[in-house]
Unconditional design. Structure first.
Lengths: 247, 289
C-alpha cells in the first residue's frame, strides 16, 4: 500500500538560509508520526511546504497519490490535509460554537450551501466535540476570552470538526500546563484510533512524543538526521548531539 | 469593509443611479410610465451592479488589506472617468433623471421607497448573518489565513458578499439619483463630503460587524448632524469631525460593539454551568479546565 503522505527530496531555501534540504518522509494511513528537532531545524518550514503555504524549491509532495506541491492552502485543506498552528489561531471574536460550526468541511461548497443555515447535525457534532475537549460549558463565550491552553484545545476540536484524513499538529502541547497535556494526549490518541485520523506531530515535549508516536523523524539544520521507533531515535548519538550541541 | 463601502458608492451607487435614470428618457411621463421606468430601471441597475460585482470581485478580492483599498479606490476613479467620458449618459455634464409626475408627493414616495429598501436590506442581512454565510465572513474578518487553512472558499464568500452589497446599494443609488434630481459622474463616484464618508461613518459609529450598528449609527449621525447644524452653525463640520475622533478613540467598536463588550451576558456570552450537554455521553474529563 502506498503511504498516505509521501514527501520526496523536498528542499526549501529562504534567501541564503537552507531551511529544508533533501527531506524525504512517508506517513502511512492511520499512523502517528512525530517530528522532533532543535529550534530552527526546519520543522515548521516542512509543515508549511506540505500544506502549500509557500512553494517548494525541489522535490515532490504526494497526498493520497495526488501531487500537492502546485496546489494552494485552501485546496489542500479541502482534500483532507489540515494543519494547526504553532501560534494558536482561532476566530477570536466568535463564540466557541461558532468557531466549531464554521469549521465543518468545505469540500463541496455551492452557492445554496454557502447561504444555507446550519442544521441540527452540525450543532450536535460541534457540541460533542466541544464536550470531548472539555469546553462545552464555555461554548457561548467568545473564543478570544479563553485561556491559551483552552484556545489550543478549541483549535484541535475545530480541526476534528473539519473531518480531515490527516492532521499536521505544530507543537500541540507548547504552553499548556502538565495536567492539560495528559488530557490532550488522550484526545490525540482518540482522534487517531476512533476517528481514524492520521497524525503528523511536531513536538518538543519528549515525554509526549515518545508515548504518542509510532515512528519519529529527527531534523537538524534543515536535514533529516534520523528516523525510526521512538527508542531508536532517542538513543541515536547524532540526535543527542544535535540537542545537546556536543560533537 | 471600509474599502467595500468606498467602492459601493463609487461604483455601484452611480451605476445604479444611471440605469434607473435611463429607465425612462422621455421628459413628460404619466405617473404609470414613470413608476414602470423607475421600477425597471432600479431592477436593471441592481442586476447589472450585482453581475459587475461578481466579475470584478473575482479579480479584486484576492487582494487584501491596503492593496485591496487602493485597488478599489482605483475602480472608483475608473468608474467616474468612464461615466464622465461617455456621451450616451451625458458625459461630464451629468444627467437629469426624468421629471417626477405631479400627481404624487415626491418626498413621500421616495421616503417610503427608501424605508422599504432599508427594511428589505435589514431582514435579508439578518437572515444571511445567521447561517453559514455570516459565520464565514466573521471568520475571514478574524483570521483570513486560518480560514484558508481550514479550507474555506474565502474569495468565493467575499465575492458573494460584494454582490449582495452591490445589489442593495444599486437600489439605493437609483433612489438617490431621483431624489437629488441630477447626477454628476465625478461627485457621485467620490461623494467624499457627503454620503461616501457618511456611510462608513454611520457603520463605525454604530459598530461594524453588527446588525443593529449601522441602524443605530445612522440615527445617531443624523440627529447629531441636525443638532450641530442648528446650534453650532458655521462650526458644524468641525463638531462632526470632533465627534468622529472621539468615537474612534473611545469607542473603537462603535456604540453597539461597546454595549456588547460592556454587558456580554446580555448577548448570550455566558458560561453554561449545567454543562453536560449533547448526547455525546463523554463525561467531562478532569484537568481540562
Amino acid at each position: 500500500m502506498s503511504p498516505l503522505l509521501e514527501v520526496n527530496h523536498v528542499s526549501k531555501a529562504f534567501g541564503g538560509v537552507q531551511a529544508n534540504q533533501d527531506i524525504s518522509l512517508q506517513v502511512a494511513d492511520g499512523e502517528i508520526v512525530g517530528i522532533i528537532g532543535p529550534n530552527g531545524s526546519g520543522k515548521t518550514t516542512l509543515f508549511n511546504s506540505i500544506v502549500g503555504y509557500h512553494p517548494i524549491d525541489q522535490g515532490s509532495i504526494k497526498f493520497a497519490d495526488e501531487e500537492l506541491s502546485r496546489l494552494r492552502v485552501p485546496h489542500i485543506a479541502r482534500r483532507g490535509l489540515l494543519r494547526t498552528f504553532q501560534q494558536t489561531r482561532i476566530y477570536k471574536q466568535m463564540t466557541c460554537v461558532e468557531n466549531m460550526l464554521i469549521s465543518r468541511p468545505h469540500a463541496n461548497e455551492t452557492l445554496p450551501s454557502m447561504l444555507a443555515d446550519f442544521d441540527d447535525a452540525d450543532y450536535q457534532e460541534a457540541n460533542e466535540l466541544l464536550e470531548l475537549v472539555g469546553l462545552y460549558a464555555k461554548r457561548n463565550l467568545q473564543a478570544g476570552d479563553l485561556s491559551f491552553g483552552q484556545q489550543k484545545l478549541l483549535e484541535f476540536a475545530m480541526a476534528l470538526m473539519n473531518k480531515p484524513k490527516m492532521l499536521l499538529l505544530d507543537e500541540p502541547t507548547a504552553g499548556i500546563n502538565p495536567t492539560l497535556i495528559n488530557g490532550l494526549l488522550e484526545r490525540m490518541l482518540y482522534a487517531n484510533r476512533e476517528l481514524g485520523i492520521t497524525l503528523l506531530v511536531i513536538e518538543h515535549n519528549m515525554r509526549v512524543i515518545m508515548s504518542l508516536a509510532e515512528r519519529i523523524y529527527c531534523l537538524a539544520h534543515g536535514q533529516l538526521l534520523a528516523e525510526g521507533a521512538p527508542e531508536t531515535v532517542r538513543n541515536d548519538s547524532r540526535v543527542i548531539d544535535a540537542y545537546l550541541g556536543g560533537q | 469593509m471600509y474599502a467595500t463601502s468606498v467602492v459601493q458608492v463609487g461604483l455601484y451607487g452611480d451605476v445604479g443611479a444611471y440605469t434607473a435614470a435611463k429607465g425612462g428618457l422621455e421628459l413628460q411621463l404619466t405617473a404609470t410610465q414613470y413608476f414602470i421606468g423607475l421600477g425597471a430601471g432600479m431592477l436593471a441597475g441592481a442586476v447589472l451592479a450585482t453581475a459587475l460585482a461578481g466579475i470584478l470581485g473575482m479579480g479584486m478580492l484576492g487582494l487584501r488589506g491596503h492593496y485591496f483599498a487602493i485597488g478599489t479606490l482605483g475602480l472608483g476613479i475608473a468608474a467616474a472617468e468612464l461615466a464622465a467620458g461617455w456621451d450616451w449618459i451625458g458625459a461630464g455634464s451629468g444627467m437629469v433623471p426624468p421629471q417626477f409626475p405631479g400627481a404624487f408627493d415626491r418626498t413621500l414616495v421616495f421616503y417610503y421607497l427608501a424605508l422599504v429598501l432599508a427594511a428589505a436590506t435589514f431582514f435579508t442581512l439578518k437572515r444571511l448573518r445567521r447561517g453559514r454565510f455570516g459565520l464565514a465572513l466573521n471568520a475571514i474578518r478574524d483570521d483570513e489565513d486560518k480560514a484558508e487553512a481550514m479550507g474555506l472558499h474565502t474569495v468565493r464568500y467575499k465575492t458573494v458578499a460584494w454582490c449582495v452589497s452591490a445589489f442593495f446599494t444599486a437600489f439605493a443609488g437609483g433612489i438617490v439619483g431621483n431624489i437629488v434630481g441630477f447626477i454628476d459622474p465625478r461627485t457621485v463616484a467620490f461623494a467624499g463630503v457627503t454620503y461616501g464618508v457618511w456611510m462608513v461613518l454611520m457603520t463605525v459609529l454604530g459598530g461594524k460587524g453588527t446588525l443593529w450598528g449601522p441602524v443605530v449609527g445612522a440615527v445617531v449621525f443624523h440627529v447629531t448632524q441636525e443638532l450641530f447644524w442648528t446650534y453650532l452653525l458655521g462650526w458644524q463640520r468641525v463638531a462632526l469631525g470632533l465627534l468622529i475622533v472621539l468615537i474612534v478613540v473611545f469607542f473603537p467598536k462603535g456604540i453597539v460593539g461597546y454595549i456588547r463588550d460592556r454587558w456580554p451576558e446580555k448577548f448570550g456570552y455566558t458560561v453554561d454551568e449545567s454543562a453536560s450537554g449533547a448526547d455525546a455521553g463523554t463525561a467531562q474529563q478532569g484537568g481540562t479546565r
